[in-house]
Design a protein. Structure first.
Length: 403
């Protein structure tokens, strides 16, 4: 064989190999572009309620992000007792991944995961991914909302400080109120973080908490907010789903001349309380929902894509401001204290770098379910160290009153 033929054979072989590689790549990417999965969502309410709307926003943003690669199916207004039937329906429709978005869905969702290992089940706000049986297709996730609560508390504290400086409020009248749903760790952790944010600005502030024993009851929430205002609370915040507390503050201010302001949750409440709503915080569920669904689409383990400190320990994920999972919204610059936006940015930066430990200070916390269980916050409590769901369950002695 002469040299010319050798070069020709080498050239021809190279061209063929390149063609094969390009053809294989075309088939691979073409197949991927045509791959389609179905994502199911189970909601405790409907998009008209703030809590559910935040999840529904993640669903719509998932559709925008993955386009034709994903089809979503939603089940609205599903009570905890009806969760099992809703799961069966989504499974029968061929869902590859299912997001259960209420704490009370945990047991039914995990039971369904045990029966259907081919489907990924992601339970928001849950705690049982860490419990036996450990299932590779069952996951918990939640934003570290205490960070948002703390920042909101700083905003409230700055407003209290401004009122004191302007002689509109005496130092010993620095009292805040909190409309709380249930005496669960998630709620206690939230109102404690909020109050510690207030106390970082006004060291002598105290707080009164009233439980509604429901997540969403406009009448009850408004009534308890009004009672807190009548007790002398100057700022009202909430861990409940309706605008009732915000409306109570707006009416007390405009109709009764009360000095009172509001800090919201899950949504901006400036539309219903334009002269009293200071700020709100919420969890941004979108990053997790998109990343988890994309992982299933690409055949990857969810925790290999969503990397948080908890994902190294279990099928669990928690993140905060540093990953865009927590947001501050509805900053009302017309009524917040001077320098509020700058202080928000400063505190968020410190939370991102870990230079603030929220659950710390010269305080004693007592577990309301076990008086012998206490925590001295001079030893900081590391929230979300073991689970994405909050676990701080101690009421601060002498400065928080629970009713």
């Amino acid at each position: 064989m002469n040299i010319t033929n050798k070069y020709f054979i080498t050239f021809f072989t190279t061209v063929v190999m390149i063609a094969i590689i390009f053809a294989a790549a075309h088939v691979f990417f073409n197949d991927y572009s045509k791959k389609r999965i179905k994502a199911g969502f189970i909601y405790i309410g409907d998009p008209g309620t703030a809590y559910t709307n935040n999840f529904f926003r993640a669903q719509t943003e998932l559709e925008d992000a993955l386009g034709e690669n994903v089809q979503t199916v939603a089940k609205f207004n599903i009570t905890e007792s009806a969760c099992g039937a809703a799961l069966k329906d989504l499974i029968s429709q061929g869902c590859n991944i299912i997001f259960a978005t209420s704490y009370g869905y945990g047991d039914e969702t995990k039971a369904a995961a045990a029966l259907h290992p081919e489907i990924q089940f992601c339970h928001a706000t849950g705690t049982n991914a860490h419990c036996e049986p450990y299932l590779p297709n069952y996951h918990n996730f939640m934003g570290t909302i205490y960070e948002g609560r703390y920042v909101s508390g700083v905003v409230a504290g700055m407003k209290l400080s401004e009122l004191i400086a302007e002689n509109k409020l005496s130092q010993n009248a620095a009292k805040v109120g909190y409309v709380a749903a249930f005496p669960y760790p998630e709620v206690i952790s939230g109102y404690t973080a909020f109050f510690l944010g207030v106390r970082s600005i006004v060291g002598g502030a105290v707080m009164s908490v009233k439980y509604t024993n429901t997540w969403s009851n406009h009448i009850a929430e408004k009534k308890y907010a009004e009672a807190l205002i009548d007790e002398g609370c100057v700022i009202i915040s909430q861990h409940s789903d309706t605008t009732g507390p915000a409306i109570a503050c707006e009416e007390a201010s405009s109709m009764r001349g009360k000095t009172v302001f509001h800090v919201g949750y899950n949504q901006s409440m400036a539309d219903v309380a334009p002269t009293t709503s200071l700020v709100s915080s919420r969890i941004n569920w979108t990053p997790y929902v998109i990343a988890a669904t994309r992982a299933v689409l690409e055949g990857k383990k969810i925790e290999s894509v969503i990397k948080t400190p908890l994902s190294e320990k279990a099928n669990d994920a928690a993140a905060g401001f540093s990953s865009g999972w927590i947001e501050i919204i509805g900053i009302n610059s017309l009524i917040t204290a001077d320098g509020t936006k700058e202080e928000i940015e400063r505190i968020i930066k410190q939370l991102k770098t870990g230079s603030i430990n929220v659950f710390s200070g010269n305080y004693i916390g007592i577990n309301p379910l076990d008086k012998n269980d206490t925590w001295d916050l001079r030893t900081p409590f590391q929230e979300n160290a073991e689970k994405s769901a909050p676990s701080f369950c101690y009421v601060l002695k002498d400065i928080i009153t629970v009713q």
